[in-house]
Write a protein of this length. Sequence first.
Length: 175
Amino acid sequence: MKKIAIQSREFKLFDRIIARFRGQPGELLSILEEIQKASKHQYLPSPVLEYVAQKTGMPLSRIYSVVTFYSFFNLKPQGRHCLTICRGTACHTKGSKKILDYLLNALDFPGEEAAEGEKIFFTTKDKLFTVRTVACFGQCALAPVVEVDGEIFGHMTVEKIKKIVAGLEKKGRVK
């Protein structure tokens, strides 16, 4: 496993985040959420979780139980753009599997498969895209549904997702 290097300026930022939420209801969730947002690839590597445990005095096991319970926390690096495919019954029957298959074949993913039960999670080698699945968005009338960087797109097709990906790739290259 590759060792994660954390810069001292990051620890200073983490200290400010921890201080801002100290003593507030739900402080751990707020601290972890803000630190994840501030992290380069929107995730919480082990050294960061250990640092939070040390600074807050909370057991590391409690911190891990929180980040593994809530699906919005990431323990693996995320791409700059996140594409989330709904795999609920309505979306499945309307073609979400075709959209997922297209993305998994069209984007440059590492060889290993990152599937946890029914959930799928991949990040491209260049860290431009993360593709993941969810059980249901609760937007069945819009099936199939895809979330792109937090925005819901309904009645998705392979052709529509191709255009979205091409636009995001173009933005990514221009940077």
